[in-house]
Design a protein around this ligand. Structure first.
Ligand SMILES: [Zn+2]
Length: 176
C-alpha cells in the first residue's frame, strides 16, 4: 500500500469524537463511554457509542445515523430472500416491530443500538425467544409456533414487514 492509499484508508476509519462518564445502566457505578464517528460505505456517517462497566461488565453499545434525513417511520417489506441481506441501523431510541410475527424491540435504559442485516434482526429475536423458552417464561406451544415462523422468515419463505419508529431519526433500512 503506498502512503497516499494509507491516508485514504485512515480517513474512513472511526474517529474518536468524545468521551464521557455515565452511571452504569445496570449497577450505577460510574462508567466511561466513548463516541466515534464512522463514515460507513453505503450507510453514511454514523455515531458509534460504546463502553463497558468495570464493576459489573455491562456493555453499552449504540449506533445512530448522523445524516438520518429526518426519517422517523420506516416500513420495509421483505418479499424475497435477497431482502434479508439489507442493512438495518437501529438506534437505542427506536422501536422495531415485525407485526406479522408479533415481535417487538422497545427503547429503554438498557436498549442497545446495532447495525446488522434483516437476517441479523431475525436471529436476535430468535436468541431472545430461545432465552424465554429456556427460562420457562414462554410456554411450549408459543415457543414451537414462534420458532417455526422465525425459521420460515429466515429461509425467505415468509413475507413480512419491518417497521422502525425512531423519534430521533437515527435509524434506517439501507437499500443498496
Ligand atoms: Zn455496572
Amino acid at each position: 500500500m503506498n502512503p497516499e492509499d494509507e491516508k485514504k484508508e485512515s480517513r474512513v476509519g472511526p474517529t474518536l469524537v468524545g468521551e464521557e462518564e455515565i452511571p452504569c445502566p445496570a449497577c450505577q457505578a460510574p462508567m466511561k463511554i466513548t463516541h466515534h464517528v464512522y463514515d460507513m460505505p453505503h450507510v453514511g456517517r454514523v455515531l458509534l457509542t460504546s463502553g463497558r462497566c468495570s464493576r459489573c461488565g455491562y456493555r453499552v453499545s449504540d449506533v445512530m445515523l448522523l445524516d438520518g434525513k429526518g426519517k422517523r417511520h420506516v416500513e420495509f417489506s421483505v418479499e424475497k430472500p435477497e431482502d434479508l441481506n439489507k442493512l438495518v441501523v437501529k438506534a437505542s431510541s427506536a422501536t422495531l416491530r415485525i407485526p406479522e410475527l408479533g415481535l417487538e424491540m422497545k427503547p429503554g435504559p438498557a436498549a442497545q443500538g446495532f447495525i446488522t442485516t434483516v437476517e441479523g434482526v431475525l436471529r436476535r429475536f430468535l436468541d431472545v425467544l430461545d432465552f424465554l423458552c429456556r427460562s420457562g417464561e414462554a410456554d411450549e406451544d408459543t415457543c414451537r409456533e414462534k420458532r417455526r415462523e422465525l425459521e420460515e422468515a429466515l429461509e425467505g419463505r415468509k413475507k413480512f414487514k419491518l417497521v422502525i419508529d425512531d423519534p430521533l431519526g437515527g435509524s434506517a433500512v439501507i437499500e443498496w
